[in-house]
Design a binder for this molecule. Structure first.
Ligand SMILES: Nc1nc2c(ncn2[C@@H]2O[C@H](COP(=O)(O)OP(=O)(O)OP(=O)(O)O)[C@@H](O)[C@H]2O)c(=O)[nH]1
Ligand SMILES: [Mg+2]
Length: 198
């Protein structure tokens, strides 16, 4: 066999997929760790510590009475979207006393999902503000606890005073498909933002 034939038959080397860092952010107990765990194809890294009596005065457990642990640093997961694209998911801590970590976590992030608990939308205001100020594109994922979505998207958009163009998706943080749809909406938004910028 001639050398040129061997070259022709050699398998085409596969290009490494693009990797994109995405933040999963939002207020205390809105379902960030749950979302990363639902959608990740690897066993997610978690940094959770038990909630104790010491935090009784500062940890508002209204509506999340079953919550036993809280993220103290980050969650990490991964999802392969296609042969060309892999998302690295970084879940932020939700409690105000850990917000100082958000700046470091946001380094190199191309986009974010702001998770909102449909019963306590205000708890995610600070996260929306954080990404707006930094110009990081984001989508809002409204987590209907117990799978219930009592409010139309337009009402939620108004309650959160979201800027024009920010997608709002109703989701269930416990459901993989639902979380995957949220990430696909974010990718669409990132592509649209890149097209506008070029
Ligand atoms: N019923 C129900 N429970 C949920 C849902 N999402 C999360 N939970 C529960 O609510 C609690 C809080 O969820 P987490 O995923 O820990 O929330 P988090 O935003 O990561 O919380 P922090 O990291 O402490 O800010 C946990 O006990 C979850 O099991 C949901 O959609 N429905
Ligand atoms: Mg968490």
């Amino acid at each position: 066999m001639a050398a040129s034939d061997a070259t022709a038959e050699a398998p085409h080397p596969r290009r490494a997929p693009d990797t994109v860092k995405i933040l999963i952010a939002g207020g205390f107990g809105v379902g960030k760790t749950t979302m990363v765990g639902s959608v990740s194809e690897i066993v997610p890294l978690r940094t959770e510590e038990p909630l104790t009596l010491a935090g009784l005065d500062v940890d508002d457990l209204d509506g999340i009475e079953e919550k036993r642990a809280t993220t103290v640093a980050l969650d990490f997961g991964r999802i392969t979207v296609s042969d060309d694209l892999v998302l690295y998911l970084f879940g932020t801590p939700g409690q105000q006393r850990f917000w100082f970590m958000w700046n470091d976590l946001a380094l190199g992030a191309l986009g974010a999902v702001v998770v909102v608990d449909v019963r306590r939308p205000r708890s995610s205001f600070a996260a929306i503000d954080f990404f707006e100020r930094r110009g990081i594109p984001f989508v809002v994922a409204v987590n209907g606890f117990h799978g219930e979505h009592p409010y139309p998207v337009d009402d939620i958009r108004e309650a959160l005073t979201l800027p024009e163009g920010v997608p709002v998706l109703l989701c269930d943080a416990r459901e993989r498909e639902s979380c995957r749809d949220v990430l696909i909406a974010l990718i669409d938004r990132l592509i649209a933002a890149a097209a506008t910028a070029s």
